[in-house]
Design a protein around this ligand. Structure first.
Ligand code: FMN
Length: 368
């Protein structure tokens, strides 16, 4: 895909499935969000009507940091697919606990059950305590990515080849024939992570690169790096960025909500989370991946979503989304405080402004 085509396509929207309790912030602020099935079914139905194309369900094996209960993402995604018509569900898979033979089989079946609306997000692990709790060996940062890359190559091979043979350091397959294959189009393969190893993997094998929230400049640096390498590898990859959105009538009102979230932050939980995420980007050889530079305030949102600054009036938010699009972003992944009502509001008040700005094809000003 050329850089022009990347910018011409309408930007896509996804939301984080709140399949964990406590919502998407480590704060005791009251939230009208629930992790249960009924709430999530209604949310998914609202989201597909509101113009969201994807929903991402996350994986964590152990509770903590405000997320005390969490549903498993593949089975939870299947339940949401059964209750929707157009929404695509991206289910997180964590190599280590998941093995590619099981994952490929499971996702192929869900592709048939959902008319090809399932996708996967390959995550590489940041939570050492979680691996210890379930008796999984913990690999060094870049080794985790080597395993993830083999996992992705194995998934794709199983899904596309009649007789799949693979000799990796982590996985082996011998003339394996999966039947049925997933329906076309094949499940898209997303990945989460921002370190050099993550970017290199994206430039070789992933369909989508998902990164934490960041400034437009911070995102641009990642996009330029990935797309230059992807071009050299003749690989096509799209970019998704996390953001926590607070859209209100005035910027002041939106900033007040952010201030309330931060005021009610749970300091012990944020510090514990900070301690654990040091196993991610900061543990990479170049020490610059996710969370390597996050402040206390940034970490109140699990994936640095405040940094993207989609906080303000619908017009301000739409302009900021366009600025991200202009540096090569294809999808915005959104978290909200009160999911059902804010997803609906976003669809009604922000997405139409984004579409107007896209149609106008004028450059929007960069923002701080
Ligand atoms: C959008 C997004 C979603 C993620 N979802 C999960 C998840 O569900 N479970 C998980 O253990 N890690 C998840 N991660 C974490 C990544 O897989 C990775 O371990 C982390 O971002 C650190 O990567 P880095 O060291 O390459 O920067 C997610 C990351 C991003 C950006």
């Amino acid at each position: 895909m050329s850089s022009n085509e990347r910018v011409e396509q309408p930007i896509k929207f996804a939301y984080w499935v709140p399949n964990v309790s406590g919502g998407l912030v480590i704060s005791k602020i009251p939230q009208r969000t629930s992790w249960d099935l009924d709430y999530n079914i209604k949310l998914a139905q609202i989201a597909e009507r509101a113009g969201f194309e994807y929903a991402l369900s996350q994986i964590r094996f152990t509770a903590g940091y405000g997320a005390d209960n969490q549903h498993e993402p593949v089975s939870f995604s299947q339940a949401l697919l059964a209750a929707t018509e157009r929404l695509k569900l991206i289910a997180a898979l964590l190599p280590g606990p998941w093995n590619p033979a099981v994952a490929a089989k499971q996702i192929a079946t869900i592709s048939h059950l959902s008319n090809a609306r399932v996708a996967v997000n390959i995550v590489s692990g940041w939570f050492r305590g979680e691996f210890a709790a379930i008796g999984e060996p913990w690999l060094d940062h870049d080794e985790r990515y080597r395993r993830s890359e083999e996992f992705i190559r194995a998934l794709r091979g199983i899904w596309t080849e009649e007789s799949f043979t693979f000799r990796g350091d982590f996985y082996r397959f011998n003339n394996y024939s999966l039947k049925p294959k997933p329906l076309a189009p094949l499940p898209e393969i997303f990945q989460g992570g921002s370190s050099r190893a993550a970017r290199d993997m994206a430039s070789r094998v992933s369909d989508w690169y998902f990164t934490n929230g960041n400034s437009v400049d911070g995102i641009k640096k990642q996009v330029d790096d990935i797309q230059a390498k992807a071009a050299a590898n003749r690989h096509s990859v799209k970019i998704g960025v996390n953001a926590f959105s607070i859209a209100r009538k005035t910027e002041k009102e939106a900033q007040e909500v952010l201030a309330e979230i931060l005021k009610h932050a749970d300091p012990e939980a944020v510090k514990g989370f900070h301690h654990e995420v040091q196993n991610a980007g900061n543990a990479s050889p170049e020490r610059e991946g996710n969370w390597a530079k996050s402040t206390f305030e940034d970490l109140v949102q699990y994936n640095d979503g405040f940094k993207t600054n989609l906080i303000g009036t619908p017009q301000q938010i739409a302009e900021r989304i366009l600025a991200l699009k202009q540096v090569g972003v294809n999808l915005i992944l959104l978290g909200f405080l009160h999911f059902q009502e804010e997803v609906e509001h976003f669809g009604k008040h922000v997405i139409p402004l984004v579409r107007e700005l896209e149609a106008a094809k004028k450059p929007v000003r960069a923002y701080a």
